[in-house]
Design a binder for this molecule. Structure first.
Ligand code: FES
Length: 138
């Protein structure tokens, strides 16, 4: 996994967030109660920046229509099948690093990895993005 240095720890005090562009990804990085969390910045509903959302009890609330995602694993609080990508965060020498591959099991804008035997997995569609987000939830 490739980790990139994104900023110094002192630049992201507790309660602050930052939006990081890395290649084609936009990642929202939060310092929530002294711990760092990185999730996709793009809300799967209408694409609003989750990095500008507020946090309650470890849940980031999209600034636009208030969809809610758990920082820890990207789980959507309204739809148990919807997860957004989360990214590993490390610190070293007072710098913050983000791993650029999304955590395994959190498939981008799709359903959580299935526990079915691998031979059956082909029958589970892997959705990169909801074609029409309104169909997925609402
Ligand atoms: S864009 Fe995030 S809830 Fe609508």
């Amino acid at each position: 996994m490739k980790f990139i240095k994104v900023m110094k720890e002192e630049e992201l005090p507790i309660g602050k967030s930052a939006i990081i562009s890395a290649g084609d990804k936009e990642i929202a990085l939060f310092n929530y109660k002294g711990k760092y969390y990185a999730i996709t910045n793009t809300c799967p509903h209408r694409g609003s920046p989750l990095g500008e959302g507020r946090i309650e009890e470890g849940i980031v609330i999209c600034p636009n229509h208030e969809w809610r995602f758990r920082l820890l694993d990207g789980a959507n609080m309204q739809n148990p099948e919807l997860f957004i990508p989360t990214y590993p965060v490390k610190t070293k020498n007072e710098n913050i690093y983000i791993g650029l591959e999304a955590e395994e099991g959190n498939i981008a804008y799709g359903k959580k990895a299935s526990n079915l035997p691998s031979s059956l997995k082909f029958s589970i569609p892997t959705i990169q993005k909801p074609r029409n987000p309104d169909e997925e939830l609402d």
